[in-house]
Ligand binder design. Structure first.
Ligand code: OAA
Ligand code: MG
Length: 388
């Protein structure tokens, strides 16, 4: 078997929303199809992938370097020991030939997106859900199809007041979520406290709020916010400072005693390891948000999980950023703590297969081959259009 083509298309996922650092008025992503010559049900197996919101499409890097490297490889050099399926680790190594270490930049997004499509194709060729394949190869053998998900939103929108924010959060709770997330750091501390309090008022028993500063704060502001946030029973305080400022994270962790979360903008095992080594994160209460679709894909994420194990961290402390089905499959297959979800944003990317309902904060995944994109009609229509 072989990969016969890799296609990329850069698609808009723009909206009027704003976090503390960027607006999404020009946001895009890359949609990728990895076309193989394996025939299933009379059609070639095609793996699909896309990158998470926040880092823009990466078509130029893919076309310049990563796609030609894979297509120019001796096809057999990319196969597993059976010779009948891809070996995603070998495809990954091929993409990364002649790439120096360090300075991970955004090539990790390009590689991670293609890697997602390679895993989708690999699981489809194996005739299994990716969660099953992962549990068998790297986990305890059996995936847990039930995955915790939380609803992310609460952005700053033009003209959106407290009522709009509350309505948005109420609608997530009405759809079965038990944890909702909102942005902070894009207004004054006093205004953000008012926004937080207005959401806390609508939460019932067992429901919680997380807040996300998107890396906006210097140490002084992070601590000021930390002191103010300490009065609220938050699910977590996310990305207070610059994602690469491990000292800030560690100093904040000495003052702020509630759970914290970070990692969505760390794009390699090495950067994640530096957070674990130097960021003072607490393995009993903090959360790690590394997102494979931005950070060299699942091949690298497996290295990150191995690294975490070495440092005594459980995969159950990982709740990836990004709201895509790839991380849902990884969560189910490898025992992560859950996954992000954007119920109303960045569609048709992300979300769940049609008909999957959130029940008290959990989803149960249907056993679809691959990542499960074929179960989401609006998404698979876009994907098939790219590949046809
Ligand atoms: O607003 C963004 O860039 C997305 C984000 O941080 C998140 O989902 O945690
Ligand atoms: Mg975030």
């Amino acid at each position: 078997m072989k990969i016969v083509n890799i296609l990329e298309s850069t698609r808009p996922i723009k909206s009027d929303i704003r976090n503390a650092y960027i607006d999404f008025s020009k946001m895009t992503l890359s949609l990728v199809a990895v076309v193989t010559d394996v025939i299933r049900d009379g059609k070639p197996v095609i793996g699909y992938g896309f990158n998470s919101n926040g880092r823009y499409g990466q078509g130029a890097l893919m076309r310049d370097r990563f796609i030609p490297r894979v297509l120019e490889a001796e096809p057999d050099s990319l196969l597993d020991e059976t010779g009948e399926n891809l070996d995603p680790h070998k495809v990954w190594a091929r993409m990364m030939i002649n790439e120096k270490p360090g300075g991970h930049g955004e090539r990790s997004v390009a590689v991670g997106t293609i890697d997602m499509a390679v895993w989708d194709a690999t699981a489809k060729i194996a005739g299994k859900p990716l969660s099953q394949l992962l549990a068998e190869r790297y986990g305890n053998g059996t995936p847990d199809p039930r995955v915790f998900v939380y609803a992310a939103g609460g952005y700053y929108y033009p003209g959106k007041g407290l009522d709009g924010l509350k309505k948005e959060m109420e609608s997530y709770l009405a759809r079965g979520y038990s944890v909702v997330k909102m942005k902070i750091g894009g207004a004054t501390l006093a205004e953000d406290c008012e926004r937080i309090e207005s959401v806390l008022k609508i939460l019932g028993p067992g429901q919680q709020l997380a807040v996300d500063a998107n890396g906006r704060f210097d140490l002084k502001t992070a601590i000021e916010y930390g002191k103010a946030l300490s009065q609220y029973p938050l699910f977590w305080y996310e990305e207070a400072g610059d994602p690469l400022d491990y000292e800030l994270q560690a100093k904040l962790g000495e003052v702020y005693k509630g759970p914290m979360a970070t990692g969505e903008n760390l794009f390699s095992m090495q950067d994640a390891r530096n957070l674990i080594r130097h960021g003072g994160m607490h393995k009993d209460r903090d959360w790690l948000q590394f997102d494979c679709a931005l950070s060299y894909g699942l091949v690298e994420y497996l290295r990150t999980l191995d690294m975490l194990k070495e440092y005594g961290w459980s995969p159950s402390r990982c709740i990836p950023h990004g709201g895509h089905q790839m991380s849902l499959a990884i969560a189910a297959g490898l025992g992560l703590g859950g996954n992000e979800s954007y119920p109303d944003l960045f569609q048709p990317y992300g979300g769940f297969p049609d008909g999957v309902k959130v029940d008290n904060g959990y989803v149960t995944l249907p056993p679809l081959p691959g990542i499960g994109f074929e179960g989401k009609s609006d998404l698979i229509a876009e994907m098939r259009a790219l590949a046809s």
